[in-house]
Design a protein around this ligand. Structure first.
Ligand code: PMP
Length: 432
Protein backbone atom coordinates (compact mmCIF):
# COMPACT_ATOMS: atom_id res chain seq x y z
CA UNK A 1 0.00 0.00 0.00
CA UNK A 2 1.53 3.28 -1.07
CA UNK A 3 -0.21 6.52 -2.00
CA UNK A 4 0.88 8.40 -5.10
CA UNK A 5 2.55 11.68 -4.13
CA UNK A 6 4.16 12.50 -7.50
CA UNK A 7 2.70 16.01 -7.89
CA UNK A 8 3.52 16.98 -4.30
CA UNK A 9 7.08 15.77 -4.86
CA UNK A 10 7.43 17.83 -8.05
CA UNK A 11 6.06 20.94 -6.36
CA UNK A 12 8.37 20.47 -3.38
CA UNK A 13 11.35 20.24 -5.71
CA UNK A 14 10.36 23.55 -7.33
CA UNK A 15 9.58 25.15 -3.98
CA UNK A 16 12.99 24.30 -2.54
CA UNK A 17 14.67 26.50 -5.19
CA UNK A 18 12.37 29.40 -4.42
CA UNK A 19 11.37 29.32 -0.74
CA UNK A 20 13.70 28.55 2.22
CA UNK A 21 13.33 24.81 2.83
CA UNK A 22 10.46 24.83 0.35
CA UNK A 23 7.91 26.01 2.93
CA UNK A 24 6.59 29.22 4.44
CA UNK A 25 6.62 27.86 8.01
CA UNK A 26 9.15 25.26 9.22
CA UNK A 27 7.04 22.44 10.72
CA UNK A 28 5.28 22.02 7.39
CA UNK A 29 8.47 20.59 5.86
CA UNK A 30 8.08 17.24 7.70
CA UNK A 31 11.69 17.50 8.97
CA UNK A 32 10.73 15.95 12.32
CA UNK A 33 9.20 12.85 10.72
CA UNK A 34 11.24 12.52 7.52
CA UNK A 35 9.82 12.30 4.04
CA UNK A 36 8.33 15.15 2.03
CA UNK A 37 5.39 17.45 2.71
CA UNK A 38 2.11 17.09 0.88
CA UNK A 39 0.88 20.01 -1.17
CA UNK A 40 -2.79 20.54 -0.44
CA UNK A 41 -5.30 22.03 -2.83
CA UNK A 42 -8.71 21.72 -1.22
CA UNK A 43 -10.56 20.81 1.93
CA UNK A 44 -14.17 20.24 2.91
CA UNK A 45 -15.55 19.32 6.30
CA UNK A 46 -13.28 16.75 7.92
CA UNK A 47 -11.24 16.04 4.78
CA UNK A 48 -8.18 17.38 2.99
CA UNK A 49 -7.24 16.76 -0.64
CA UNK A 50 -3.68 16.90 -1.93
CA UNK A 51 -2.40 17.74 -5.43
CA UNK A 52 -2.46 14.04 -6.30
CA UNK A 53 -6.14 13.82 -5.29
CA UNK A 54 -5.53 11.73 -2.20
CA UNK A 55 -8.06 12.26 0.60
CA UNK A 56 -7.09 12.57 4.27
CA UNK A 57 -9.01 12.85 7.51
CA UNK A 58 -7.66 16.07 9.03
CA UNK A 59 -6.49 16.05 12.65
CA UNK A 60 -4.55 19.34 12.38
CA UNK A 61 -7.24 21.65 11.08
CA UNK A 62 -4.79 24.33 10.00
CA UNK A 63 -3.15 24.04 13.44
CA UNK A 64 -6.41 24.86 15.19
CA UNK A 65 -8.47 27.48 13.37
CA UNK A 66 -10.84 25.14 11.50
CA UNK A 67 -12.76 24.06 14.61
CA UNK A 68 -15.99 23.83 12.60
CA UNK A 69 -14.33 21.85 9.81
CA UNK A 70 -13.17 23.15 6.44
CA UNK A 71 -15.23 25.39 4.16
CA UNK A 72 -17.96 25.81 6.75
CA UNK A 73 -20.97 27.40 5.06
CA UNK A 74 -21.51 30.10 7.69
CA UNK A 75 -17.94 31.40 7.35
CA UNK A 76 -17.85 31.12 3.56
CA UNK A 77 -21.12 33.04 3.31
CA UNK A 78 -19.79 35.82 5.55
CA UNK A 79 -16.67 36.16 3.39
CA UNK A 80 -18.67 36.18 0.16
CA UNK A 81 -20.96 38.88 1.51
CA UNK A 82 -18.01 41.01 2.62
CA UNK A 83 -16.16 40.84 -0.71
CA UNK A 84 -18.02 43.59 -2.61
CA UNK A 85 -17.31 46.09 0.20
CA UNK A 86 -13.53 46.33 0.01
CA UNK A 87 -10.56 44.06 0.61
CA UNK A 88 -8.98 46.73 2.79
CA UNK A 89 -9.60 50.29 4.00
CA UNK A 90 -6.98 50.94 6.68
CA UNK A 91 -9.70 52.92 8.44
CA UNK A 92 -12.16 52.06 11.22
CA UNK A 93 -15.15 49.87 10.31
CA UNK A 94 -18.38 48.75 11.96
CA UNK A 95 -17.15 45.16 11.91
CA UNK A 96 -14.23 45.96 14.20
CA UNK A 97 -16.64 47.27 16.81
CA UNK A 98 -18.79 44.15 16.46
CA UNK A 99 -15.71 41.92 16.69
CA UNK A 100 -14.50 43.70 19.85
CA UNK A 101 -17.96 43.39 21.45
CA UNK A 102 -18.04 39.67 20.65
CA UNK A 103 -14.55 38.96 22.03
CA UNK A 104 -15.20 40.96 25.19
CA UNK A 105 -18.49 39.16 25.78
CA UNK A 106 -16.87 35.73 25.34
CA UNK A 107 -13.43 35.97 27.01
CA UNK A 108 -13.60 36.63 30.78
CA UNK A 109 -10.32 38.59 31.14
CA UNK A 110 -10.81 40.95 28.21
CA UNK A 111 -12.23 44.43 28.86
CA UNK A 112 -10.54 46.06 25.88
CA UNK A 113 -9.00 44.42 22.82
CA UNK A 114 -6.72 45.28 19.88
CA UNK A 115 -6.83 43.30 16.61
CA UNK A 116 -3.61 42.21 14.88
CA UNK A 117 -2.78 39.80 12.04
CA UNK A 118 -1.20 36.75 13.73
CA UNK A 119 -0.59 35.05 17.05
CA UNK A 120 3.02 36.22 16.92
CA UNK A 121 1.96 39.84 16.68
CA UNK A 122 -0.42 39.34 19.57
CA UNK A 123 2.22 37.97 21.95
CA UNK A 124 4.93 40.45 20.89
CA UNK A 125 2.54 43.31 21.48
CA UNK A 126 1.22 41.98 24.79
CA UNK A 127 4.75 41.73 26.19
CA UNK A 128 5.57 45.27 25.09
CA UNK A 129 2.42 46.56 26.75
CA UNK A 130 3.16 44.65 29.97
CA UNK A 131 6.65 46.16 30.01
CA UNK A 132 5.37 49.65 29.29
CA UNK A 133 2.65 49.35 31.89
CA UNK A 134 4.88 48.04 34.69
CA UNK A 135 8.08 49.90 33.75
CA UNK A 136 9.94 46.58 34.15
CA UNK A 137 12.05 44.71 31.54
CA UNK A 138 12.09 41.00 32.31
CA UNK A 139 9.57 38.27 31.70
CA UNK A 140 9.14 34.64 32.63
CA UNK A 141 8.16 32.00 30.08
CA UNK A 142 8.04 28.24 30.40
CA UNK A 143 10.26 25.64 28.73
CA UNK A 144 8.47 24.05 25.81
CA UNK A 145 5.79 26.76 25.51
CA UNK A 146 5.69 28.44 22.09
CA UNK A 147 4.50 32.00 21.72
CA UNK A 148 5.30 32.71 18.07
CA UNK A 149 8.60 33.84 16.59
CA UNK A 150 9.12 37.17 18.36
CA UNK A 151 12.75 37.53 19.50
CA UNK A 152 12.04 37.44 23.24
CA UNK A 153 10.18 34.13 22.97
CA UNK A 154 12.86 32.20 21.05
CA UNK A 155 14.71 31.23 24.18
CA UNK A 156 15.77 27.68 24.98
CA UNK A 157 16.02 26.69 28.58
CA UNK A 158 19.30 25.45 30.01
CA UNK A 159 19.54 22.19 31.86
CA UNK A 160 18.78 23.55 35.31
CA UNK A 161 15.34 24.52 36.59
CA UNK A 162 16.39 28.12 36.65
CA UNK A 163 18.36 29.53 33.77
CA UNK A 164 19.09 32.84 32.23
CA UNK A 165 17.92 32.97 28.65
CA UNK A 166 20.12 31.69 25.85
CA UNK A 167 19.01 32.56 22.31
CA UNK A 168 17.39 29.63 20.53
CA UNK A 169 18.00 31.08 17.08
CA UNK A 170 20.86 33.00 15.49
CA UNK A 171 19.73 36.60 15.12
CA UNK A 172 18.27 36.88 18.62
CA UNK A 173 20.60 39.09 20.60
CA UNK A 174 21.99 38.23 24.01
CA UNK A 175 20.50 41.44 25.31
CA UNK A 176 16.99 40.33 24.40
CA UNK A 177 17.62 36.82 25.70
CA UNK A 178 18.81 38.12 29.05
CA UNK A 179 15.40 39.58 29.71
CA UNK A 180 13.63 36.24 29.20
CA UNK A 181 13.75 33.95 32.21
CA UNK A 182 12.56 30.36 31.88
CA UNK A 183 11.07 27.83 34.27
CA UNK A 184 9.79 24.28 33.81
CA UNK A 185 6.05 24.12 33.14
CA UNK A 186 3.95 23.20 36.19
CA UNK A 187 6.79 24.21 38.56
CA UNK A 188 5.56 27.01 40.84
CA UNK A 189 8.62 26.78 43.10
CA UNK A 190 10.92 27.55 40.14
CA UNK A 191 8.82 30.62 39.34
CA UNK A 192 9.01 31.79 42.94
CA UNK A 193 12.80 31.40 42.84
CA UNK A 194 13.03 33.51 39.66
CA UNK A 195 10.88 36.21 41.21
CA UNK A 196 12.98 36.24 44.39
CA UNK A 197 16.18 36.52 42.34
CA UNK A 198 14.81 39.45 40.29
CA UNK A 199 12.89 41.61 42.74
CA UNK A 200 10.53 44.17 41.16
CA UNK A 201 12.06 43.47 37.71
CA UNK A 202 9.55 41.08 36.19
CA UNK A 203 6.93 42.68 33.97
CA UNK A 204 5.05 39.57 32.91
CA UNK A 205 4.60 35.84 33.18
CA UNK A 206 3.37 34.38 29.90
CA UNK A 207 2.18 30.81 29.39
CA UNK A 208 -0.08 28.53 27.45
CA UNK A 209 -2.70 27.72 30.12
CA UNK A 210 -2.96 24.32 28.43
CA UNK A 211 0.18 23.64 26.41
CA UNK A 212 -0.19 22.49 22.82
CA UNK A 213 3.36 23.12 21.70
CA UNK A 214 5.27 20.31 23.44
CA UNK A 215 2.48 17.91 22.65
CA UNK A 216 -0.58 18.41 24.82
CA UNK A 217 0.29 19.14 28.45
CA UNK A 218 -2.42 20.19 30.92
CA UNK A 219 -1.75 22.50 33.86
CA UNK A 220 -1.33 20.60 37.15
CA UNK A 221 -4.05 21.29 39.73
CA UNK A 222 -3.25 24.60 41.42
CA UNK A 223 -0.62 25.71 38.87
CA UNK A 224 -2.72 28.41 37.18
CA UNK A 225 -4.16 29.54 40.52
CA UNK A 226 -0.66 29.68 42.01
CA UNK A 227 0.61 31.84 39.16
CA UNK A 228 -2.42 34.11 39.54
CA UNK A 229 -1.64 34.60 43.25
CA UNK A 230 2.07 35.24 42.65
CA UNK A 231 1.36 37.80 39.92
CA UNK A 232 -1.23 39.64 42.01
CA UNK A 233 1.14 39.76 44.98
CA UNK A 234 4.15 40.94 42.93
CA UNK A 235 2.43 43.33 40.51
CA UNK A 236 3.35 41.09 37.56
CA UNK A 237 1.11 41.01 34.48
CA UNK A 238 -0.19 37.46 34.00
CA UNK A 239 -0.62 36.70 30.29
CA UNK A 240 -2.47 33.63 29.07
CA UNK A 241 -1.44 32.83 25.52
CA UNK A 242 -4.73 31.37 24.27
CA UNK A 243 -3.82 31.41 20.58
CA UNK A 244 -4.55 27.65 20.51
CA UNK A 245 -6.96 27.26 23.43
CA UNK A 246 -9.07 30.40 22.91
CA UNK A 247 -12.62 29.61 21.70
CA UNK A 248 -11.57 25.92 21.57
CA UNK A 249 -11.57 24.52 25.11
CA UNK A 250 -14.66 26.59 25.89
CA UNK A 251 -16.10 29.69 24.31
CA UNK A 252 -14.09 31.68 26.83
CA UNK A 253 -11.00 29.49 26.38
CA UNK A 254 -8.89 27.82 29.07
CA UNK A 255 -9.51 30.73 31.46
CA UNK A 256 -13.21 29.88 31.45
CA UNK A 257 -12.56 26.14 31.73
CA UNK A 258 -10.20 26.48 34.71
CA UNK A 259 -11.81 29.55 36.27
CA UNK A 260 -8.58 31.54 36.46
CA UNK A 261 -8.58 35.06 35.03
CA UNK A 262 -5.29 36.48 33.70
CA UNK A 263 -4.54 40.20 33.31
CA UNK A 264 -4.01 39.88 29.56
CA UNK A 265 -4.88 37.30 26.91
CA UNK A 266 -3.46 36.69 23.44
CA UNK A 267 -5.63 35.15 20.74
CA UNK A 268 -5.24 33.83 17.19
CA UNK A 269 -6.29 30.89 15.00
CA UNK A 270 -10.07 30.37 15.60
CA UNK A 271 -10.57 34.13 16.00
CA UNK A 272 -10.03 34.53 12.24
CA UNK A 273 -12.12 31.57 11.09
CA UNK A 274 -9.15 30.59 8.89
CA UNK A 275 -8.08 34.12 7.92
CA UNK A 276 -4.84 35.66 9.32
CA UNK A 277 -6.07 37.29 12.53
CA UNK A 278 -4.78 37.70 16.07
CA UNK A 279 -5.76 39.85 19.03
CA UNK A 280 -4.57 40.85 22.45
CA UNK A 281 -6.64 42.24 25.23
CA UNK A 282 -7.12 42.44 28.95
CA UNK A 283 -7.72 44.78 31.84
CA UNK A 284 -8.88 48.23 30.80
CA UNK A 285 -6.15 50.02 32.77
CA UNK A 286 -3.46 47.93 31.06
CA UNK A 287 -4.93 48.19 27.53
CA UNK A 288 -5.27 51.96 27.90
CA UNK A 289 -1.47 52.05 27.80
CA UNK A 290 -1.70 51.17 24.06
CA UNK A 291 -1.36 53.97 21.46
CA UNK A 292 -3.12 56.22 20.73
CA UNK A 293 -4.85 55.97 24.16
CA UNK A 294 -1.45 55.60 25.83
CA UNK A 295 2.29 55.69 25.13
CA UNK A 296 3.01 52.05 24.10
CA UNK A 297 3.24 51.95 20.31
CA UNK A 298 1.64 49.17 18.29
CA UNK A 299 0.08 49.44 14.84
CA UNK A 300 -0.86 47.53 11.64
CA UNK A 301 -1.78 48.52 8.07
CA UNK A 302 -4.07 45.51 7.61
CA UNK A 303 -5.21 45.16 11.26
CA UNK A 304 -8.99 44.74 11.50
CA UNK A 305 -9.11 43.82 7.80
CA UNK A 306 -12.78 43.76 6.73
CA UNK A 307 -12.75 40.30 5.12
CA UNK A 308 -10.81 38.78 8.02
CA UNK A 309 -13.19 40.39 10.52
CA UNK A 310 -16.19 38.98 8.67
CA UNK A 311 -14.77 35.46 8.74
CA UNK A 312 -13.84 35.82 12.41
CA UNK A 313 -17.18 37.26 13.48
CA UNK A 314 -18.95 34.41 11.69
CA UNK A 315 -16.81 31.78 13.45
CA UNK A 316 -17.08 33.32 16.92
CA UNK A 317 -20.82 34.06 16.62
CA UNK A 318 -21.46 30.48 15.57
CA UNK A 319 -19.56 29.15 18.60
CA UNK A 320 -21.23 31.67 20.90
CA UNK A 321 -24.71 30.79 19.67
CA UNK A 322 -24.17 27.02 19.52
CA UNK A 323 -22.59 25.88 22.80
CA UNK A 324 -23.56 22.30 21.95
CA UNK A 325 -20.56 22.33 19.57
CA UNK A 326 -18.30 22.04 22.63
CA UNK A 327 -20.30 19.12 24.03
CA UNK A 328 -20.08 17.34 20.69
CA UNK A 329 -16.35 18.03 20.36
CA UNK A 330 -15.81 16.58 23.83
CA UNK A 331 -17.85 13.47 23.05
CA UNK A 332 -16.09 12.72 19.77
CA UNK A 333 -12.65 13.48 21.23
CA UNK A 334 -13.36 11.20 24.21
CA UNK A 335 -14.39 8.45 21.81
CA UNK A 336 -11.10 8.84 19.94
CA UNK A 337 -8.93 8.97 23.05
CA UNK A 338 -10.74 6.13 24.83
CA UNK A 339 -10.54 4.07 21.65
CA UNK A 340 -6.80 4.71 21.39
CA UNK A 341 -6.35 3.63 24.99
CA UNK A 342 -8.22 0.40 24.17
CA UNK A 343 -6.00 -0.13 21.12
CA UNK A 344 -2.87 0.31 23.24
CA UNK A 345 -4.22 -2.10 25.84
CA UNK A 346 -5.04 -4.67 23.17
CA UNK A 347 -1.45 -4.51 21.92
CA UNK A 348 0.06 -4.58 25.40
CA UNK A 349 1.46 -1.05 25.00
CA UNK A 350 1.47 1.55 27.73
CA UNK A 351 2.08 4.86 25.98
CA UNK A 352 0.86 8.13 27.47
CA UNK A 353 -2.09 10.07 26.08
CA UNK A 354 -2.83 13.59 27.31
CA UNK A 355 -6.16 15.23 26.50
CA UNK A 356 -8.04 18.40 27.31
CA UNK A 357 -11.33 18.77 25.40
CA UNK A 358 -10.71 18.55 21.65
CA UNK A 359 -6.91 18.69 21.96
CA UNK A 360 -4.85 15.55 22.60
CA UNK A 361 -1.46 13.91 22.02
CA UNK A 362 -0.17 10.36 21.98
CA UNK A 363 3.38 10.27 23.37
CA UNK A 364 5.62 7.31 22.63
CA UNK A 365 6.77 6.97 26.22
CA UNK A 366 5.35 5.36 29.34
CA UNK A 367 6.21 8.38 31.48
CA UNK A 368 3.67 10.85 32.70
CA UNK A 369 4.07 14.04 30.63
CA UNK A 370 3.89 17.18 32.73
CA UNK A 371 6.61 19.41 31.23
CA UNK A 372 9.15 19.66 28.42
CA UNK A 373 11.70 17.35 30.08
CA UNK A 374 9.16 14.53 30.37
CA UNK A 375 7.80 15.22 26.85
CA UNK A 376 11.34 14.73 25.52
CA UNK A 377 11.40 11.13 26.80
CA UNK A 378 9.13 10.24 23.89
CA UNK A 379 10.64 7.98 21.20
CA UNK A 380 10.75 10.36 18.23
CA UNK A 381 11.77 7.71 15.71
CA UNK A 382 8.75 5.63 16.64
CA UNK A 383 6.57 8.73 16.34
CA UNK A 384 7.93 9.31 12.82
CA UNK A 385 7.08 5.75 11.78
CA UNK A 386 3.61 6.03 13.30
CA UNK A 387 3.02 9.33 11.51
CA UNK A 388 3.79 7.79 8.11
CA UNK A 389 1.75 4.65 8.79
CA UNK A 390 -1.23 6.90 9.60
CA UNK A 391 -0.63 9.06 6.51
CA UNK A 392 -0.62 5.98 4.31
CA UNK A 393 -4.01 5.12 5.82
CA UNK A 394 -5.41 8.52 4.95
CA UNK A 395 -5.03 10.19 8.36
CA UNK A 396 -3.26 13.57 8.44
CA UNK A 397 -1.56 14.12 11.81
CA UNK A 398 0.72 16.93 12.97
CA UNK A 399 4.19 16.03 11.62
CA UNK A 400 5.93 16.32 14.99
CA UNK A 401 5.63 14.71 18.41
CA UNK A 402 5.76 18.17 19.97
CA UNK A 403 2.40 19.30 18.63
CA UNK A 404 -1.15 18.68 19.74
CA UNK A 405 -3.88 17.29 17.53
CA UNK A 406 -7.11 19.25 17.05
CA UNK A 407 -10.50 17.62 16.58
CA UNK A 408 -13.03 19.50 14.45
CA UNK A 409 -16.80 19.49 14.68
CA UNK A 410 -16.87 17.85 11.24
CA UNK A 411 -15.53 14.59 12.67
CA UNK A 412 -18.46 12.24 13.23
CA UNK A 413 -18.55 9.12 15.41
CA UNK A 414 -18.20 7.07 12.24
CA UNK A 415 -15.07 8.98 11.18
CA UNK A 416 -13.68 8.63 14.70
CA UNK A 417 -14.05 4.87 14.31
CA UNK A 418 -12.31 4.95 10.92
CA UNK A 419 -9.49 6.83 12.62
CA UNK A 420 -9.34 4.25 15.43
CA UNK A 421 -9.10 1.36 12.99
CA UNK A 422 -6.17 3.11 11.28
CA UNK A 423 -4.60 3.82 14.68
CA UNK A 424 -4.71 0.13 15.61
CA UNK A 425 -3.18 -0.94 12.30
CA UNK A 426 -0.48 1.74 12.48
CA UNK A 427 0.49 0.75 16.02
CA UNK A 428 0.63 -2.89 14.95
CA UNK A 429 2.76 -2.03 11.91
CA UNK A 430 5.38 -0.06 13.85
CA UNK A 431 5.74 -2.84 16.41
CA UNK A 432 5.78 -5.67 13.89
N1 PMP B 1 1.07 31.24 20.62
C1 PMP B 1 0.70 29.95 20.57
C2 PMP B 1 0.25 29.27 21.82
C3 PMP B 1 0.75 29.26 19.36
O1 PMP B 1 0.40 27.97 19.33
C4 PMP B 1 1.16 29.94 18.20
C5 PMP B 1 1.23 29.26 16.84
N2 PMP B 1 1.03 27.94 16.78
C6 PMP B 1 1.53 31.29 18.29
C7 PMP B 1 1.45 31.91 19.52
C8 PMP B 1 1.96 32.07 17.09
O2 PMP B 1 0.88 32.28 16.25
P1 PMP B 1 1.15 32.58 14.69
O3 PMP B 1 1.71 31.33 14.12
O4 PMP B 1 -0.22 32.92 14.18
O5 PMP B 1 2.08 33.73 14.62
Amino acid sequence: MSLNHTTSQELFKRAQHLIPGGVNSPVRAFRAVGGQPLFLKAAKGAFLYDEDDNQYLDLINSWGPMILGHAHEVIEKAVREALPGSLSFGAPTRREVEMAELIISMVPSIEKVRMVNSGTEATMSAIRVARGFTGRDKMIKFEGCYHGHGDSFLIAAGSGAITLGVPDSPGVTKGVANDTLTAPYNDLAAVQTLIDANPAQIAAIILEPVVGNMGLVPPAPGFLEGLRDLCTKEGIVLIFDEVMTGFRLAKGGAQELYGVTPDMTTLGKIIGGGMPVGAYGGRKDIMDAVAPAGPVYQAGTLSGNPIAMSAGIAALSYLNDNPQVYTRLQQVSDRMVDGMKNNLLQLGLNYTINQVGSMYSLFFTEQEITDFASAKTSDLQLFGKYFHEMLQRGIYLAPSQFETLFVSAAITEELADTYLAANLEALQAIHA
